[in-house]
Design a protein around this ligand. Sequence first.
Ligand code: ATP
Length: 257
Amino acid sequence: MLEVRGLSFSYGDFSVDDVCLEVGEGEILTLLGPNGSGKTTVLKSIYGLLRPRERCVFIDGKDCHSLPLRERARLVGYVPQSHHPPFPYTVLDVVVMGLASQLGVFESPKKEHYQKALEKLKLVGMVRFKDKPYTELSGGQLQLVLIARALVQEPRVLLLDEPTAHLDFKNQVRVLEIVKRLAGREGISAVMALHDPNLASMYSDRIALLKDGRIKAIGKPDEILREEILEDVYGVPVCVLEFNGLRIILPKTEVIQ
Ligand SMILES: Nc1ncnc2c1ncn2[C@@H]1O[C@H](COP(=O)(O)OP(=O)(O)OP(=O)(O)O)[C@@H](O)[C@H]1O
């Protein structure tokens, strides 16, 4: 479904080099790596917010970046790491704005568009906030609304940049369960950046470990979440435990020695 072939992008003093990824229908691929390793740069390049050096993003074989905006928006949705709302639009209006590419320049959203937006707000448990100004939401609530906004176009591929940032423990699980459900039931392919290797262990079909703009390792969680690989990428001693077939990663500190 999603194929990234040799993605390269440079900011000048930092570059992402030759990133290759394949994500199948209904698969969740997690980008894991230290701060500044290039996770956001990769996601923004896939989405087309940054222009990679070559055409390298294909969805079902189509060169994604050369498609008209309307068509591209139906294929791929993006949930940014942070978003600072400029105006106090209502939550419902913000989600409807996710459909902007489907509307003509002077066309106002119709009842069916609001209906779709309400459905997605319901899915992320935010429907009771529909009339609240977006500027008055907590960081976690904002994140859930951004997910609903990305989902409203019903994309085939969903890119999520640290979707659990700002969320409390329950909401972290809730958001990742939503992603898992979307992948499992609707066949959406998800690529998400995460910081917590334990959440990556629980919610990824495969993990790509990034360091200095390059993929150091890619594979199933039990192939990637290994002491020697994590210590090399993060530069911190860890111990990896097994629980119900999952890998649990703990930093090796005095507390647990
Ligand atoms: N607009 C920009 N202009 C110049 N350099 C940038 C810009 N945005 C990011 N960078 C640099 O690119 C590198 C990779 O940043 P990126 O945000 O992709 O990393 P990340 O892995 O997502 O980090 P984090 O986990 O901290 O969010 C960093 O060194 C960063 O300073």
